[in-house]
Ligand binder design. Sequence first.
Ligand code: PMV
Length: 331
Amino acid sequence: MKTAHAVAHSNIALCKYWGKRIDAPVELNLPATGSLSLTLDGLWTETEVGPSASDRFVLDDVTHGDDAARKVFAQLDRLWRAAGHQGARPAALVRSTNHLPTAAGLASSASGFAALTLAGMAAFEGDLDRTRLSALARMGSGSAARSLWGGFVRLDRGNRPDGEDCVARPLLGTDHWDVRLVVVQTTAGKKVIGSTAGMERSRTTSPYYGAWVEGSVSDLDRAQAALLARDLPTLGAIVEHSCFKMHACMLASSPPFLYWNGTTVEVMRAAWSARAEGLEGYVTIDAGPHVKVLCTSATAATWAKRLGELPGVVAVQTCAPGPDAHVEVRP
Ligand code: PMV
């Protein structure tokens, strides 16, 4: 076993993944909806995997022995087998640093599992292409499948029960379009419900779930076309609709759940008011309380200032399209 170091950037879905396929093994973690994302330059995770006397997971200089560690080592077990090895996996030290704002809910699982997958596979000297690595990253966290690449990335849901047609691919590179994502952090609270449990509750109890899954197919194709054409109003409308259909699906679950706080709503409203006044930008929110606004590079500073001044906002960060994930084996 070698020591390998990987860097993967976070991504935010412009068309969301919410829900898992139930016609395939749970282990494959296949999404019920395809998704389209933007990889972000300012938010990333670096992870080193190397030999150790016993398994140890250190995140931001703190050793973890909890559920997070269990998921990390389950992923290493998967990588060990996928690299073609038999028998027991060697013990490993996994040292990870999140270069993300301290608040939770900013897609650290996407960059985290992508970096872990790249570093783990290189440490185990496996020779798999990026599409395979993306599928392995997906088994750790669905959104991580998209963080193997920079720029704009599409993850197709696929239909095959073996999951082989659920693949992520880079659509367009960082230089395609000079857009920005203004990330507005609202006061962090503990996540109301994990994404896997939330998706499951939506699937089993929300009367809107079927409509959500069905509508995602055309959202994805229309978003891709608008992205190719660099048509921000068309893409923005699809981005907002995808986001709010997903949150409506959560709200209509039983019992209902909502990731927003009061500031989330104030930021959303302020963004819509600004747009009505002619400042172009479109809102998206994930399984957390933060608001992200998609806009052009020319308007990003105005957006950041305007939303940053709102009461309850703790930080604002402007992100450009980010690069591919990369890995190196250390001597
Ligand atoms: O990858 P997970 O299990 O953290 O789920 C991601 C879910 C959303 O962030 C809400 C949407 C997405 O496509 O990233």
